[in-house]
Design a protein around this ligand. Structure first.
Ligand code: NAP
Ligand code: G4F
Length: 326
C-alpha cells in the first residue's frame, strides 16, 4: 500500500525538501497551501506534477478537519508556522494564532478524523532561548526569548499533551537552525549569502546586519528533513534534538561567506540597529546524541560546506537575474 503523507508548510524551505524525500521513498504527498493573491510555488514548482495540493490554513479549523477527513493521511508533518523571530515581536498575536494554536487545530482535526495518524511537530531550539545549560539536549529546561519561542513552546507541549491524553503517535523534533539555498531572504544566513553574491557581481556595496556575536548551531535543511521522517518510523513517539553539535557566530558566517569570493567581510558589513531584537538568543548549540542513537541520524554537512553551498547558489541566482534583465 502506498503511504500517504500530508505536509503543512509545503511551500516553505523544509516543506520542499521533505516533499522530495517522501516522493523518493514512494509516498503519495499531499501539501496544504493557503490562499494568496499571487502563486507562491517557487520552492515546489519542480514537484507540482508529482504532489497533490489542497487548500487550507492553520488559522481555520474547519479546513483542517476537511483535509483530514478527505485525505486520510498516514503521516502528518506540521511544518507551517509564522517562522521569522523578528516578525514575532511586531505580530505576536498572529504568531500565537498560527505557530501555537495552529498546532492544536491540526491535532484536533486528526483526533476528530478517527483515523490512525502519525504526527510530526516542528519544534525549535528557539524554545531554549536564554539557555540554562550548554549544550542543549531533550532534558534542558526551556526559557524562550521571543513571542515565536513562546508560541513554539506551546506547540511542543500540546503535542506531548495529545500524545499522553489520547495515545496519539505524536512526536516533536527540536530542530536547531537549518539553512539552504532555499532559505527565506530575511534569515541571516541567506541575507549574507545573497548580499555577498550581489556585492561580488557589482550590484551592491554593503550588507546591513544586527548582532554579529549571536551564535547558532547551523545545519543543512536537506539533512534535517530525514530526521523528521525517521521519527515517524519509530514504534514509539518521542521528542528529539536535531543539531550538528557545533556553534558559530554570525561574524564567522560573514568571514567564510565573503572569504569564499575573495572579499574582506569588514569592508562591507554595516551594523544597523534595526536588526537588533528586543530580547536576543545569544548562544545555541545542540547535543543530538539521542537522535544518533535511536534514529541513526547524523548531520552530514559541515559548516564551511553549508556556507559555500549557499554563496555559490546565490552567485548563480544573481547572475541569472542579471542575464534576464539584460
Ligand atoms: P518557512 O520557510 O518560513 O515556511 C513556513 C511555511 O508555513 C510556509 O509554507 C508558509 O506558507 C506556511 N504558513 C505560514 N502561515 C500559515 C498558515 N496560517 N496556514 C498555513 N500555512 C502557513 O519555514 P521553514 O524554515 O521551512 O521551517 C519549517 C518549520 O520548522 C516551521 O514551523 C519553523 O518554525 C520550524 N523550524 C525551523 C527551523 C529552521 O531553522 N528552518 C528550526 C526549527 C524549527 P506561505 O508560503 O504561504 O507563506
Ligand atoms: O537567521 P535568524 O533570523 O534565525 P533565528 O532567529 O535563529 O531563527 C531561526 O532558527 C530557529 C531555530 O533556532 C527557528 F525556529 C526559526 O524559525 C528560524 O528559522 O537569526 C539568527 C541570528 C539572530 O541572533 C539574529 O539576531 O542572527 C542574528 N542577526 C544579526 N543580524 C540577524 C541579522 N538576523 C536576521 N534575520 N537579520 C539580520 O540582519
Amino acid at each position: 500500500m502506498t503511504k500517504r503523507a500530508l505536509i503543512t508548510g509545503i511551500t516553505g524551505q523544509d516543506g520542499s525538501y521533505l516533499a522530495e524525500l517522501l516522493l523518493a521513498k514512494g509516498y503519495h504527498v499531499v501539501g496544504m497551501v493557503r490562499r494568496s493573491s499571487t502563486v507562491n510555488f517557487e520552492r515546489i514548482g519542480h514537484l507540482q506534477d508529482d504532489i497533490e495540493l489542497v487548500p487550507g490554513d492553520l488559522l481555520d479549523e474547519v479546513s483542517m478537519i476537511q483535509i483530514m477527513r478527505s485525505q486520510r493521511p498516514d503521516e502528518v508533518y506540521n511544518l507551517a508556522a509564522q517562522s521569522f523571530v523578528q516578525t514575532s515581536f511586531g505580530q505576536p498575536v498572529l504568531t500565537g494564532e498560527t505557530t501555537a494554536l495552529g498546532v492544536t487545530r491540526v491535532l484536533d482535526a486528526i483526533r476528530l478524523s478517527d483515523h490512525e495518524v502519525r504526527f510530526y511537530q516542528a519544534s525549535s531550539s528557539e524554545m531554549f532561548g536564554k539557555v540554562v545549560e550548554v549544550p542543549q539536549s531533550e532534558s534542558t529546561p526551556f526559557y524562550p526569548r521571543s513571542p515565536y519561542g513562546v508560541a513554539k513552546l506551546y506547540g511542543h507541549w500540546i503535542t506531548i499533551n495529545y500524545r499522553e491524553s489520547y495515545g496519539m503517535h505524536a512526536s516533536s523534533g527540536i530542530l536547531f537552525n537549518h539553512e539552504s539555498p532555499r532559505r527565506g531572504l530575511e534569515f541571516v544566513t541567506r541575507k549574507i549569502a545573497n548580499g555577498v553574491a550581489r556585492i561580488k557581481l557589482g550590484l551592491d556595496t554593503e550588507i546591513r546586519l544586527g548582532n554579529l556575536d549571536a551564535q547558532r548551531d547551523w545545519g543543512f535543511a536537506g539533512d534535517y528533513v530525514d530526521a523528521m521522517w525517521r521519527m515517524l518510523q519509530c514504534d514509539e513517539p518521542s521528542d528529539y534534538v536535531v543539531s550538528t553539535d557545533e556553534t558559530h557566530s554570525v561574524r564567522e558566517f560573514c568571514e567564510v561567506a565573503f572569504g569564499h569570493v575573495g572579499l574582506e567581510w569588514s569592508d562591507h558589513v554595516v551594523i544597523d540597529e534595526r536588526f537588533f531584537r528586543p530580547a536576543e538568543v545569544e548562544l545555541l548549540v545542540g547535543d543530538a546524541s539521542r537522535a544518533r542513537e535511536i534514529l541513526g541520524w547524523q548531520a552530514t554537512t559541515p559548516f564551511v560546506d553549508l556556507v559555500t553551498m549557499m554563496v555559490e547558489a546565490d552567485l548563480d541566482n544573481v547572475a541569472r537575474q542579471q542575464r534576464n534583465l539584460a
